[in-house]
Design a protein around this ligand. Structure first.
Ligand SMILES: [Zn+2]
Ligand SMILES: [Zn+2]
Length: 188
């Protein structure tokens, strides 16, 4: 079973509550700006793969099972960052095969500061593997980047505001409050 790891400096109660019943390894990475990198490197080096959940992401019921059950090597649940849904390190699965295929993906990083880990790791893997497999719907992101009151777009049919709640179901299922299909995602 791929280990499920929550690196944290400020663990949100909602994040922890959403993982009740899961076998989770919580790791305090507040000791230095480089602890997150060191943890990723240790996990990667085991060659078992890992599922990473950051401390302010709320996994909805079924999210972890969906990642575990998928045969793809690199998967993630999208979440909101600003006006965009992204799959970064917030809720991501790297399979054992992937960690073995690219053993230096973490150790090769020139910058070990926590804030640069997603950019370097995903930036390295993307040309090699074409990007992660997205698992909709989107998860909640409990910091300013994931502000659910923010209007992200307006419905192309009726003009109604589209926020996280309307768009979280994803490209095929997002609807405005009047039931119109949202073309938000087709604009990239
Ligand atoms: Zn997948
Ligand atoms: Zn509408």
């Amino acid at each position: 079973m791929i280990p499920l790891v929550v690196p944290f400096t400020n663990l949100r109660p909602e994040t922890e509550a959403a993982l009740a019943g899961e076998d989770v390894l919580y790791v305090d990475v507040s000791g230095s700006d480089h602890d997150y990198h060191d943890l990723l490197g240790e996990l990667w080096g085991r060659g078992q793969g890992c599922i990473v959940i950051e401390h302010d992401i709320v996994a909805y019921p079924g999210a972890i099972a969906s990642l575990r059950g998928c045969q793809e090597d690199w998967c993630g649940v999208p979440y909101l960052v600003g006006r965009n849904f992204v799959v970064d390190l917030g809720l991501t699965k790297f399979s054992a095969a992937l960690t073995v295929a690219y053993p230096d993906a973490v150790s090769r990083m020139e910058d070990t500061h926590w804030a640069t880990q997603d950019g370097q790791l995903l930036g390295y893997l993307r040309p090699l593997r074409g990007g992660p497999h997205w698992h909709w719907p989107a998860a909640r992101h409990l910091n300013g980047c994931g502000d659910e009151s923010r209007v992200l777009a307006n419905c192309g049919e009726c003009g109604a505001a589209l926020r996280f709640a309307e768009l979280a179901p994803g490209p095929n299922n997002a609807r405005c409050r009047n039931g119109d299909w949202c073309n938000f995602f087709s604009h990239g």
